[in-house]
Structure formats: structure tokens, C-alpha cells
Design a binder for this molecule. Structure first.
Ligand code: ADE
Ligand code: ZN
Length: 341
């Protein structure tokens, strides 16, 4: 397909984003604006010098900058503005459903109230639902470089607000922080009615994917790149329809893979794995949903059928009701059936 046609095809696909850290959507322009109004000075003196720092050798180098940027978020309005900016952006890319992460500990450890963080994000999501017709789910992520005890504190803080939160996740530095560290807090989270997901097999080994399923009992894996290392695990992902939320531009930016041409997603699709494309931290990795789809399709030479499958998989993997999934999937199919190049 001609590249301008490919871009146009991708732009029009109705999309679901299931792997997005709201703090990772913090664009430098907004970061500087919020820093100014909160009287906080950033380590970088200009937007361009901040952007120059966005060259990462691995996940940890990214996380150091990502946590630093989040320090300027203080008031409910800041979290609201951050979330609203993300929703406006993805609305322009035809994203119609989002399931987003937030990292409470990044903020509560600086003395920001849990409620301030949550309500800022939630109110913007509610407005997005009313005004942009974007449905949503919200996932609270535990930081795996911190202790399980700290995760328990976060769980306890969340309980009075659990009607606003759909699930819990596990993110931050993967290597050396295996799923086994968080078994009790995941079990307790499930008892409170939270759905469970975890980052696994991004930088960490395939064992972390197995352990996230076996010990944490998660229903969806974030990333999961390394699953192809284990044939038995592949069979299990297929048999149980366990979704993987992949983030191709993130994987290149963080050197999980060297080039997009090496991305495992095409192989996953060939095998029938419920794999889908998402943006992770779009302000840092050079692209939102459309750019992730486009660059991946270009690098792997994906065809229309594969692109349709990716879009369908995301709705299939979502936490929407059965009826809503079916409605969105019908729209995706109709879009591809009637699209003429
Ligand atoms: N937090 C934000 N982005 C992340 C990623 N790609 N992996 C782990 N933790 C994260
Ligand atoms: Zn992530």
C-alpha cells in the first residue's frame, strides 16, 4: 500500500487504547506551563533541552526523567489538564475507548493527596465521555521498585474511592522486581473487586510473564514481548485468550528491540495471540496511537487484514461489556469492508 494511503487508512480506524500511562502523556509544553503556574523550576531550562534528554538507553533511564517530569503536578487542576490534553489528542486520532494507568505513589510520596490525583484524572475522563464520546476505565498501578508494603498503603488509600477505579497494574523497573514480590497485594486488590493486569516480559524474562499469570492471577499482560521464548506459554495465551498490550515505539525508544522491523507483533498475530498496539508513554516515545500503528505497519509491511485484526483485538481485550465490544468490532469491520484505496 502507498504510504499516504496507509496513513489515511490508519487514521480512520476506530481504536481502543489499553496501555497508556497518563504521566507518560505529559507533553513538554504543558509541563513547562504547569511548572510555571506552580512556581516549580525544572532541571531543564527550555523545552528543547528537555526534549534533547529524551534519548534512553533502557527503561530505567526513561523512568528517571518520567518521574522527574511528574513532580510539577500538584493540584487537581494539573491532573485534570494533563488528562484532558491526552483525551483531546487521541480524539483527533479516532480513539473511542481508553483504559489508562496512573501511578499514585509518584504523587502521594511527594505529599499530594490520593484524592487530588484521582479526581483530577477522573473528572477529565468523565468530561471526555460526555463531550468526546470516549468511554474509559481507570487502572491504578503499583510501582514495582517500591516495596509490597508501600503498595498495600496505596491499596488502602484507594479503597474509599474504589467506585472510580477499575483495576490495578504493576509498572516501573522490571528487572530485579519480579511479580512474586507483589502476590499478597494483588490478592488483596482482587478481594476489593479490582481487575488485575501487570507489565511483564518488557525488559524482564519470559518467566515474569508466567509468574504474573500464575502468582498474581492477572487477566492481561502489558507488553509481554518475551512470550515467544516459551512454546508452552504461547499455547496458554492462546487457549485462555490472554491479551498482550504491545507498545512498538516504546520498545524501540527503550531499546527492548533494536529496530521496529524486529518487533514480535506480526509473529504473535500469525500465531493467533490476542495482541494489540498501544502507545505507553507517547510524549516521550515519539507517537500516539496513529504513529504506533503507522510505523509498525510500515516496518513490518502489515496488510489490511492484519491491521483490522489489531484493532479488533484491542476491543476484544478491553473491559467493555460484551455488547459494547460487539458494537465496536462491527464498526471496525465495516470500516475495513467499505474502505477503498
Ligand atoms: N511506567 C511508565 N512507562 C513504563 C514502561 N514502559 N514500563 C514500565 N513502567 C512504566
Ligand atoms: Zn507501560
Amino acid at each position: 500500500m502507498h504510504l499516504p494511503h496507509l496513513r489515511k487508512l490508519i487514521e480512520g480506524i476506530p481504536k481502543a487504547e489499553l496501555h497508556l500511562h497518563i504521566e507518560g502523556s505529559f507533553e513538554p509544553e504543558l509541563m513547562f506551563e504547569i511548572a510555571r503556574r506552580n512556581n516549580i523550576s525544572l532541571k531543564y531550562d527550555s523545552i528543547s533541552s528537555l526534549k534533547d534528554a529524551y534519548r534512553f538507553g533502557n527503561l530505567q533511564e526513561f523512568l528517571d526523567i518520567y518521574y522527574e517530569g511528574a513532580q510539577v503536578l500538584i493540584h487537581e487542576q494539573d491532573f485534570y489538564d494533563l488528562t484532558w490534553a491526552y483525551l483531546i489528542k487521541v480524539h483527533s486520532q479516532n480513539v473511542v475507548h481508553v483504559e489508562i494507568f496512573f501511578d499514585p505513589q509518584t504523587h502521594t510520596d511527594r505529599g499530594i493527596e490520593f484524592e487530588v490525583v484521582l479526581m483530577g484524572i477522573y473528572k477529565a475522563l468523565e468530561k471526555g465521555k460526555q463531550e468526546l464520546n470516549i468511554s474509559f476505565r481507570l487502572i491504578m498501578s503499583y510501582l514495582r521498585h517500591l516495596s509490597e508494603e508501600a503498595a498495600f498503603k496505596t491499596l488502602n488509600m484507594s479503597v474509599p474511592f474504589k467506585q472510580y477505579i477499575d483495576g490495578v497494574g504493576l509498572d516501573s523497573s522490571e528487572l530485579g522486581n519480579p511479580p512474586a514480590k507483589f502476590v499478597s497485594v494483588f490478592k488483596a486488590s482482587a478481594k476489593h473487586g479490582y481487575k488485575l493486569v501487570a507489565h511483564a516480559g518488557e525488559e524482564g524474562p519470559v518467566d515474569y510473564i508466567r509468574d504474573a499469570l500464575d502468582t498474581l492471577k492477572v487477566e492481561r499482560i502489558d507488553h509481554g514481548n518475551r512470550c515467544l521464548d516459551d512454546g508452552t506459554l504461547i499455547d496458554r495465551l492462546l487457549y485462555k485468550s490472554i491479551p498482550l498490550t504491545l507498545c512498538p515505539l516504546s520498545n524501540v525508544a527503550l531499546k527492548v528491540i533494536e529496530r521496529l522491523e524486529d518487533h514480535p507483533i506480526e509473529k504473535m498475530l500469525d500465531l493467533g495471540i490476542l495482541a494489540s498496539i498501544h502507545s505507553d508513554d507517547p510524549a516521550y516515545f515519539g507517537g500516539y496511537m496513529n504513529e504506533n500503528y503507522y510505523e509498525t505497519a510500515r516496518a513490518l509491511n502489515l496488510n489490511k487484514g492484519q491491521l483490522m485484526q489489531l484493532a479488533i483485538n484491542a476491543f476484544e481485550a478491553s473491559w467493555l461489556s460484551k455488547a459494547s465490544k460487539a458494537k465496536h468490532i462491527d464498526r471496525v469491520k465495516h470500516y475495513f469492508d467499505t474502505y477503498n484505496v
